[in-house]
Design a protein around this ligand. Sequence first.
Ligand code: AMP
Length: 398
Amino acid sequence: MKILVINTGSSSIKYVVYEMEGHQVLAKGLVDRIGDPASSLTNSFYTPEEHKQKIEISIPNHAVGLELVVKTLMDPEKGIIKDTNEISAVGHRVVHGGERFSAPVVIDEEIKAKIKQLITLAPLHNPSNLEGIKVAEKFFPNAKQVAVFDTAFHQTMPPKSYRYPIPNWLYTEEKIRIYGMHGTSHSYVSKQLIAQLNKPVENTSVISIHLGNGCSMAAVHGGKCIDTSMGLSPLAGLMMGTRSGDLDPAVPFYLGTTLGMKLEDIDKMLNKESGLKGIAGSNDMRDVLEQRETGNANAILAIDMYVQRIKKYIGAYMAELGALDAIAFTAGIGENSVKLRELVCEGLGVLGIELDKSKNAASGSGNRRISTDNSKVEVWIIPTNEELEIALQSEKLL
Ligand code: AMP
């Protein structure tokens, strides 16, 4: 069975085609800068060996972008399908599923209407996700269209975790609550991590630490999320590349009333000009770590702040879980930065977390354990694979 996974952004379409038998990637690529004269499609085929190609062409909208992807996938020489009917399902990443969606669903008119209603909760993402669904329906009319929601994994949280201590009506009438994000990543990583433990799933307690441009953590008991660090939006929780993470809620009032800043400027500042960028001047962890090595005071402070917040959440989640079997690092920083993992684990012996420095520094790929043999809590690197998780969830649903 072949499944196409699509992640549609406002000006991009990322895609992967899987042969589900053996979870083999047949093709993957990116339609970039849709609507810009400098738009392009980059595609790679993986059979029999990798063949990468970039087409620079004006792509005015998502429909033209996907049409180009379809043509490429059906290329008479290198293509991996002869007919669009060979694609059994198209799995779509949908950022916000609100409270309505706690699992993937086959998309119909009612589901599309609901995703549209949820635009108020994800104004930057759900509109493009919906556009991706509409264009995929056009080009793959016989495939099942499946929506996999980024918030779904966190729907198992109890009310004490997902409610904000603000007046009840804001939840009952306006659905203002903690939803959490990166759910597809936390779902994939926690399942992979639990599979490494020699224990029945229901007795396991793990923490998934997703450190990319966006950063979040999830506390998972018995395979189910019980708490997560992002909130109503992806702005909450850990310090990130450009997002502030947790703040005293009075900070925006101060910025508005005392400094006279407009709401949209405060929003932009906290989402795009804060985090590592706000403190160290760059949102790229590699730059900040390099600057730290040269003794740059802002870079030193930024890393100290970044690491301290992760430690704080590890401690908090361990207390909530009441036990901890393992933690896993994932995403761009979590998977690649030896230094960051070392700094996070430093001094956590008190929680039973002991990193093996040489295992941590060893190059490798795939899931790997990096804690000492005596560490009470296992520490792992689990490379995330949101696309595969979407394909697997789509396959399971079919
Ligand atoms: P992601 O959003 O998962 O693609 O992650 C992006 C982040 O990963 C950026 O901040 C990159 O600087 C960071 N990153 C990628 N490779 C490394 C590395 N080798 N060391 C430190 N950070 C890295």
